[in-house]
Write a protein that binds this ligand. Structure first.
Ligand SMILES: [Zn+2]
Ligand SMILES: [Zn+2]
Ligand SMILES: [Zn+2]
Length: 281
């Protein structure tokens, strides 16, 4: 198999992190004690070292923990405005004086209009004048180019006030889905795929609830992840070589502690993300 792309999961938890800040639940106690892969920071991923997905407050910790050079990152696609995915205040750290960047450096944030409402005020003024940062508004089902990638924003079923989108990312050879945060995919998304016939090499799915049965709209658990996988296989969007990954965990999900969840997910043909995990495909 020719390897084209690499995704590195930098943060793999929902808003509270695992363990959560003040929590004494069974999953948080266990994760604190075990450490390592059981510790999950807030959501972020990096494609091929150049394309960032989301910009949470934990970005700073992620670059330290993983030895990431943010000067190699030219584009950041933002899924929605929830705090575990977007912390716009830190964009100010790109201003001259807070940072010294090489001539020609430019970072583009891409996201929905709601994301723009949070990001644009940080860029307006000094950063705009220095020409190092800009915002690009994107819309569902309208593919755009970012570096060597073609990125298709897709309608997410999640808090509408957060301007949610999830992303299909292709480098021309390989294609992946970063499916965060969303409920079981929208009918319009399935219809778009039936029309465009993509083939996915890697699919990362919202597994906020882990084994806890879902009783609200906006996220998924393992049961819904399995339904997505089955439907993708049925429609020919995926095959037995497609890598399926559960990601974005809440401590409220039953069996959510890493060591507990890995064998359960494996039975359904899913890998389980952890902070720092690299997958090449
Ligand atoms: Zn989230
Ligand atoms: Zn907890
Ligand atoms: Zn969210």
């Amino acid at each position: 198999m020719v390897i084209n792309m690499e995704i590195q999961f930098l943060g793999t938890a929902a808003a509270e992190g695992i363990p959560a800040l003040w929590c004494d639940c069974e999953r948080c106690r266990k994760s604190r004690k075990v450490g390592g892969r059981a510790l999950r920071t807030r959501s972020q991923a990096l494609i091929d070292g150049t394309l960032l997905i989301d910009f949470p407050a934990d970005t700073y910790a992620h670059i330290l923990q993983n030895g990431i050079d943010l000067l190699n990152v030219t584009d950041c696609i933002v899924t929605h405005t929830h705090s575990d995915h977007l912390y716009p205040t830190d964009i100010a750290m790109l201003k001259k004086g807070f940072s010294h960047v090489s001539e020609g450096f430019h970072l583009t944030f891409h996201g929905s209009a709601k994301v723009g409402e949070r990001v644009s005020p940080q860029i307006a003024g000094q950063l705009e004048k220095e020409g190092t940062c800009s915002f690009h508004e994107v819309k569902a089902f309208e593919p755009f180019a970012a570096g060597k990638y073609t990125i298709t924003p897709l309608t997410a079923i999640h808090d509408p006030n957060a301007g949610p989108l999830f992303y299909q990312i292709s480098d021309g050879e390989k294609t992946m889905i970063y499916g965060h945060d969303t409920h079981f995919f929208h009918d319009d998304v399935w219809a778009y795929w039936e029309k465009t016939h993509p083939h996915f090499d890697l699919v990362s799915l919202d597994c906020t609830n882990a084994c806890l049965p879902l009783n609200y709209v906006g996220h998924m658990g393992l049961a819904e992840n399995v339904q997505v996988k089955e439907k993708m296989l049925e429609l020919g969007l995926a095959d037995d070589k497609t890598i399926f990954i559960c990601n974005h965990f809440s401590h409220n999900g039953t069996h959510a502690a890493y060591d507990d969840f890995v064998p359960i997910a494996a039975k359904e043909g899913f890998g389980v993300s952890y902070d720092g995990m690299k997958v090449t495909f």
